[in-house]
Design a protein around this ligand. Structure first.
Ligand SMILES: [Zn+2]
Length: 253
């Protein structure tokens, strides 16, 4: 798993413009919903480009390669959450210093920048996920997870087994479904690939990757052979998870 270091001042500036658009000069208060839907196309693109830099173009959870077009914006603290559950996330400075529950945000004081942002819009509460429907942001919904991406100890506690399973003693991440069959299969393959080759450059094109995969899936069972060999091989998908090459190179022995 990778720790995310946010460029908070730059991100906050994008959100300041968004928040300012909700201020009513006549009423002297923030009108309507103070929520994520206030982001327009321009602010959305600015955010996505920042995320790509901060996250090394990886999904915050499964570490798949992502692009601005192939990304969903994830709220670490879910949009729909009680104030009581909200407080359970306030265990890392990135969140305690940046956000308040949107229902407790002061609507009557026009300070830009505000001291803290409503959590639907707070920059540090927003990160980039893949768009998968079987894991990560879209699968999670409003379910609780730990804010592990900001916690070095929790990150250290997360390990990937040679079988491809994710294991952790500290972080709550069940709702992300990172142990589904597909992701385990991909990580298992990277464990085997890292045993076989020394550099990613050896498998930079699909043919070279296919050759290596053909040699290692022979003993891995039907599921692998159906998915990653022959005419309809999904071998190119494996390369989107190349983050795991270095992980297993460092942890295989
Ligand atoms: Zn993902």
């Amino acid at each position: 798993m990778q720790r995310i270091n946010k460029n908070t001042p730059t991100g906050n500036q994008i959100i300041d413009v968004v928040l300012n658009s909700a201020w009513s000069q006549d009423e002297q208060r923030y009108e309507g919903k103070i929520y994520y839907g206030l982001l327009n196309d321009v602010s959305r693109i600015q955010l996505k480009n920042l995320f790509l830099v901060e996250q090394n173009s990886k999904c915050c959870y499964c570490l798949k390669d992502i692009t601005a077009d192939d990304m969903s914006i994830e709220h670490i603290i879910p949009q729909n959450i009680s104030t009581e559950d909200f407080n359970t996330y306030l265990v890392v400075p990135e969140l305690t210093e940046n956000v308040v529950h949107k229902n407790t945000f002061d609507r009557n004081t026009h300070n830009i920048p505000p001291q803290r942002y409503p959590h639907d819009l707070g920059y540090n509460n927003l990160i980039a996920s893949c768009k998968s429907s079987t894991h990560c942001n879209n699968k999670r919904g409003n379910a609780p997870i730990s804010p592990f991406i900001y916690d070095d100890e929790m990150i250290q506690s997360i390990s990937y087994e040679p079988t491809g399973s994710v294991f952790t003693t500290l972080a709550e991440l069940d709702a992300l479904k990172l142990n589904n069959d597909f992701l385990k299969m991909i990580r298992r393959l990277w464990h085997l690939i890292a045993d076989k080759i020394e550099s990613l450059e050896e498998i930079i094109n699909a043919n070279a990757l296919q050759n290596v995969v053909d040699e290692i899936i022979v003993n891995e069972g039907e599921k692998y052979i159906e998915t990653f060999s022959g005419e309809s091989s999904k071998v190119a998908v494996i390369f989107q998870y190349k983050w795991f090459f270095n992980y297993y190179r460092q942890n295989n022995n």
